[in-house]
Design a protein around this ligand. Structure first.
Ligand code: GDP
Length: 418
């Protein structure tokens, strides 16, 4: 109460006392009634290799046999399978979504195994953001699929975490509440288990991986939560079967040497995990909202939205949208101008190319004509020369003939016929 008073005073409010009963002390009851009517929703993501006991554990946690087909070891990539169920306990409705990895750790190259999981978690944030930004939105009836808790199954090797475990948890620890669990914990001895738990926690710390810690600041749950934090990572055992123990049917695993009871806290931590989830469900959801807030902030900042503009002035969403619209229009205009200039340039280049081609096409006709004329002229010259030679020869012949004829006539005059 003193916290509330202090808060109100800081906000500029005065605290007054009522002179008589008004009735607003029923507000919490109204909230309870509303919540019961609306129901609750909780989303679990189970990450772990095929056959580590994810399905058996979820069935054991919620005391329900969820139908699910066993998955194969031969998938080429990791996938996620989501199933939603409606459960009811007393008058409380719980819409439970269980998302399980399929094919996790089954590939030769495991380096990218975590990527589809990160994408899935982000996709649920994105879907919620889209709903939130709609003009006509219905967040109250919207099926919120954001992951509230991630149960990360560690193989009961008794040695250390694998690279794939470290990589996956590190890529998710800023997006989701991670609770590490040791699957099939009945296959590891009691002393080995304690050592293994310590080793896992120190490896997580040395690799800077943040896992979910139950809150200890609420005095109603601080004690149980600080004890529960000490059990991390939970050593879980699950079973789809019920075994007759005494005159009761109990969820258990029966072996030739004895029975492992899922709900026995001396045998495993499954009940501790269930209790922890139930006590802290609202806290897990609050923390999920905080993860969502940072996703939302990053997305909106990337889109150019901000609350404070230049000169530290606050910016309304309408201003942001208007600025973005103007920026977009200018960008479109710039792009259009660029495309037009490019088009004009290309038309010019094409025209120049055509002109050149036309010139080249007409050039061979001219050359041929000129060539023929030249040939003709050359032929004419040659014939002219030959003609002159013949004429010279003819003149010489005529002269010679005349000389010969005159000398013959002189001979006949000087020697008369006897
Ligand atoms: P999933 O592929 O991870 O969902 O694994 P399942 O829950 O389908 O379990 C695969 C096999 O392991 C089944 O034969 C289960 O009976 C068995 N199994 C499940 N949980 C446990 C457990 O806690 N301990 C042991 N020893 N076996 C388990």
């Amino acid at each position: 109460a003193s916290d509330t008073e202090e808060h109100l005073q800081n906000a500029g409010c005065r605290t007054l006392s009522l002179s008589a009963h008004v009735g607003f002390d029923s507000l919490p009851d109204q909230l309870i009634r509303k919540s019961i009517k609306h129901g609750f929703c909780f989303n679990i993501l189970c990450i772990g290799e095929t056959g580590i006991g994810k399905s058996a554990l979820v069935s054991s946690l919620f005391n329900t046999d969820f139908e699910d087909s066993p998955s194969t070891h031969f998938l080429s990539s990791v996938r996620l399978r989501a199933q939603t169920f409606e459960l009811q306990e007393s008058n409380v409705l719980l819409k439970l979504t269980v998302v399980k990895t399929v094919g996790f750790g089954d590939q030769m190259n495991k380096a990218d195994s975590y990527q589809p999981i990160v994408d899935y978690v982000d996709a649920q944030f994105e879907a919620y953001l889209e709903e939130e930004l709609k003009v006509i939105r219905s967040l109250f009836s919207y099926h919120d699929t954001r992951i509230h808790v991630c149960l990360y199954f560690i193989s009961p090797t008794g040695r250390s975490l694998k690279t794939i475990d470290l990589l996956t948890m590190r890529s998710l620890d800023s997006k989701v509440n991670i609770i590490p669990v040791i699957g099939k914990a009945d296959s590891i001895s009691k002393t080995e288990l304690q050592e293994f738990k310590k080793k896992i926690m120190s490896e997580l710390t040395s690799n800077g991986i943040r896992i979910y810690q139950c809150p200890t600041d609420d005095e109603t749950v601080s004690e149980i939560n600080s004890i529960t934090n000490g059990y991390l990572p939970f050593a879980v055992v699950g079973s789809m079967e019920k075994v007759k123990i005494g005159n009761k049917m109990e969820r258990a695993r029966q072996y030739p040497w004895g029975i492992v009871k899922v709900e026995n806290e001396n045998h495993c931590d499954t009940i501790k995990l269930r209790r922890m989830l139930c006590i802290n469900m609202e806290d897990l959801k609050d923390k999920t909202r905080a993860y969502y807030e940072s996703y939302r902030r990053c997305r909106l900042e990337k889109l150019g939205c901000r609350d404070i503009g230049p000169e530290n002035k606050s910016v309304s969403l309408q201003e942001v949208i208007e600025t973005k619209r103007l920026e977009f229009c200018l960008e479109v205009e710039r792009k259009e101008e660029e495309i037009w200039q490019r088009f004009v340039q290309r038309v010019k280049e094409k025209a120049a190319m055509l002109e050149e081609a036309e010139q080249q096409a007409s050039m061979p006709v001219l050359t041929e004509f000129e060539y023929l004329t030249l040939m003709h002229q050359e032929e004419e010259l040659k014939l002219g020369k030959e003609k002159k030679l013949l004429e010279d020869e003819k003149t010489q012949f005529v002269e010679k003939k005349a000389v010969t004829e005159s000398s013959q006539s002189q001979v006949s005059v000087s020697s008369p016929v006897s």
